[in-house]
Design a binder for this molecule. Structure first.
Ligand code: MG
Length: 309
């Protein structure tokens, strides 16, 4: 398999944690509903390829996201590999948390928004109301000993509201951290961010006491900016990067089919920079080709395209 020549760059870390979202964010945004046994096989393959943190599914009412209606069945089919602090599931509210706890999860994530319009469209609540809804979810999850992540979507732009003021994003991030989240994920949901914008947001967050050691970045490749934004964030101390194997999950709010940063594209960049990810790229590409066969469409990842036989 072809691999990049390794040349490091000043300011880059020795290693990063890839937060794999393909099984949740990826499959949630695919048209096809994937059978539970295929999801379980996908997750086993991701773990076998060396991915440390793998988000599994979402405990939402089935009518919200039919693609992930089998969350409880998936958890029981995964058994022990679905447990622990590195296997988060999304929970929108206390009911979701109850179901997730009953399924034995070890980590949860809540999904907030930096903008009012998306909060209304996604959760049918204002930003304030959604944070009120998350408060008991986070506190009860912490009491139960779970690791908790707070997603913030629309951090770099909103398809209905346009530009999103940095102070507005920082305010939502700060409030989620104050609820007790262990980590934030800054989402560029429509992929419009660029490196200067990334730098400005990370600096503004740091000024408000949210350091890069508590931050993950979630870039979308809609406009081809995900990797340059990622390298910029790594240069500022971010060590957790969200990515989706094979680039699964186009963004439903952007015209382009290209959504999540493909894990393979991220691993290629890290290989070239000498940054350890723990991932076996060969196995991951095989997994994407296998999953593309199940979905009936090719992976949008350039690295998968280049390396697949
Ligand atoms: Mg995403």
């Amino acid at each position: 398999m072809e691999l990049p020549q390794v040349e490091s760059l000043p300011g880059m870390p020795e290693s990063i944690t890839i937060y794999e979202v393909g099984a949740r964010d990826g499959l949630q945004n695919e048209k096809a509903v994937v059978p539970t046994d295929v999801k379980a096989e996908f997750i086993r393959r991701l773990i076998d390829a060396g991915l440390q943190t793998v988000e599994l599914t979402s405990f939402v009412p089935p009518s919200w996201i039919p693609q992930l209606a089998d969350a409880t069945d998936l958890m029981s089919s995964l058994g022990d590999i679905g447990k622990g602090a590195t296997r988060p599931v999304l929970v929108p509210n206390e009911r979701g948390l109850d179901n997730a706890l009953a399924a034995g999860v070890g980590a949860v994530a809540v999904f907030g928004s930096a903008t009012e319009t998306f909060a209304r469209k996604n959760l049918n609540r204002s930003v304030d109301e959604s944070l009120q809804m998350f408060a008991p979810v986070v506190s009860r999850a912490k009491e139960a000993g779970l690791w908790v992540r707070g997603y913030v979507s629309m951090c770099f732009g909103d398809p209905w509201e346009g530009p999103v003021p940095i102070e507005q994003v920082v305010d939502v991030c700060r409030r989620l951290m104050d609820l007790g989240c262990d980590q934030l994920s800054l989402g560029d949901t429509i992929g419009v961010g660029t490196p200067g914008h990334v730098t400005a947001l990370l600096k503004a967050l740091n000024d408000k006491g949210v350091g890069t050691d508590r931050i993950g970045v979630h870039f979308h490749d809609t406009y081809g900016q995900a990797l340059s934004n990622t390298v910029t964030a790594l240069g500022h101390g971010v060590r957790v990067v969200d990515a989706s194997t094979g680039g699964l999950g186009g963004c439903p709010y952007a015209k382009s089919a290209t959504g999540n940063l493909a894990t393979e594209d991220l691993v290629w960049t890290c290989r070239g920079l000498g940054i350890e990810t723990g991932v076996d790229l060969d196995k991951l590409v095989e997994t994407s080709v296998w999953m593309a066969g199940k979905l009936g469409r090719p992976s949008p990842s350039r690295v998968v395209k280049a390396l697949a036989d």
